[in-house]
Design a protein around this ligand. Structure first.
Ligand SMILES: Cc1ncc(COP(=O)(O)O)c(C=O)c1O
Length: 357
């Protein structure tokens, strides 16, 4: 049964490991991460209590500590949570900000380039309608952000910027945005679900200058981190910011366990039963190191730049003007323009589907 089912899924897969596959943001996973994933599934620790995951809990703690320091190197007590991905990270970031703002309603201000999960999180948390500010060339316009914050007249606000936009790979001007948020007393969350792993590369990390000024950062390793889904992270500048997540349940973190010094894992997620996703991340870090991951990221970025040059060299293709956004190259067959919107889009759709498979 297994052979038949797996073969059927493999034969019908959009395999991101195929060199000819023009993937979405999800990546071909590293063999070491896949092996760790299999081991994790077989051992099946559940990360909601120490007594279900004693050793896996330690691995998660070491892994999140390393990631927290990568994102907030200067902070005295940075921390990070393992999440199911960018959607959950953005939700938890807005939840924590809402609790800090309470009893006043939290106002969220974001660029038109924000991922839909930011809007959905605000909807789920019952927040007032978001203020959406203009983007220029796919990046949040700092002047428009300043005007939106001024209009809030000092109400508690969270600015959500994006480092690696979903469609274009653009990075918002983080230092300017951090400056403006600070001027208006607003906090900053950066959705670096896509761009965060640029931090692994010394050459590319400066593209994320200003990231460490964010109170929280969404960072996915199942995009530019070569992990099987799920491998999400939410980094926070200070571990005390996670206090609203703490929770007591006698069967998971009894007082006597806490008094005995056993770690309390329940307060590190909005989920209860939880997969040991940190295991594959830890295996990858130990196997490749920061430098190894940085080299993979650099290779990806260089390949995208080479690909953009190849597109530019072909008169039959038209690339969207502007620089390559991390590893994203947007292009269109010129013939589609001549066919008019509807027929042209149909050609593009056919090409896109062929490239994905
Ligand atoms: C910028 C950004 N944030 C958040 C997400 C959501 O991440 P996930 O699919 O891991 O929930 C995505 C997904 O593509 C994204 O591009």
């Amino acid at each position: 049964i297994l052979a038949g089912l797996v073969r059927a899924v493999a034969e019908g897969a959009a395999d991101p490991a195929d060199p000819a596959c023009a993937a979405h943001l999800h990546c071909p996973p590293l063999a070491v991460a896949v092996a760790a994933e299999v081991a994790g599934a077989a051992l099946n620790p559940s990360m909601d209590s120490w007594d279900q995951a004693p050793a896996a809990g330690v691995v998660e703690e070491l892994t999140t500590t390393a990631l927290a320091r990568l994102v907030h190197p200067e902070a005295p007590a940075p921390d990070a949570l393992i999440t199911s991905g960018g959607t959950e990270s953005n939700l938890v970031a807005l939840l924590l900000a809402r609790e800090r703002a309470a009893p006043a309603p939290l106002r969220v201000v974001t660029g038109a380039n924000a991922h839909h999960s930011v809007h959905r999180a605000a909807w789920m948390l019952g927040l007032p309608a978001l203020a959406v500010v203009l983007c220029r060339d796919g990046r949040t316009d700092p002047a428009a952000l300043g005007r939106a914050l001024a209009a809030l007249d000092g109400a508690p606000a969270l600015v959500v910027a994006t480092a690696g936009t979903t469609d274009e790979g653009r990075i918002d001007p983080l230092p300017e945005i951090a400056e403006i948020a600070e001027r208006y007393g607003a906090e900053l969350h950066v959705d670096a679900a896509y761009g965060g792993p640029l931090l692994f590369s010394e050459r590319l990390a400066p593209l994320l200058k200003g990231l460490d000024r964010a109170v929280s950062v969404t960072f996915d390793l199942h995009k530019l981190g070569w992990q099987p889904v799920a491998a999400g992270v939410l980094a926070v500048a200070d571990t005390a910011l996670l206090a609203p997540l703490s929770l007591r349940a006698d069967y998971l973190n009894a007082d006597d366990d806490t008094e005995a010094g056993l770690p309390d894992l329940l307060g590190r997620s909005i989920r209860t039963s939880r997969r040991p996703d940190a295991l594959k991340i830890a295996a990858t870090f130990r196997a490749l190191g920061r430098r190894g991951l940085g080299e993979l990221v650099e290779h990806c970025v260089t390949t995208a730049e080479e690909f953009a040059r190849a597109v530019d060299a072909r008169p039959a293709l038209r690339r969207r003007p502007g620089p390559v956004g991390i590893s994203t190259v947007l292009f269109r067959p010129v013939v589609a323009d001549a066919l008019g919107a509807q027929a042209g889009d149909a050609v593009v759709a056919e090409v896109r589907r062929a490239l994905l498979l």
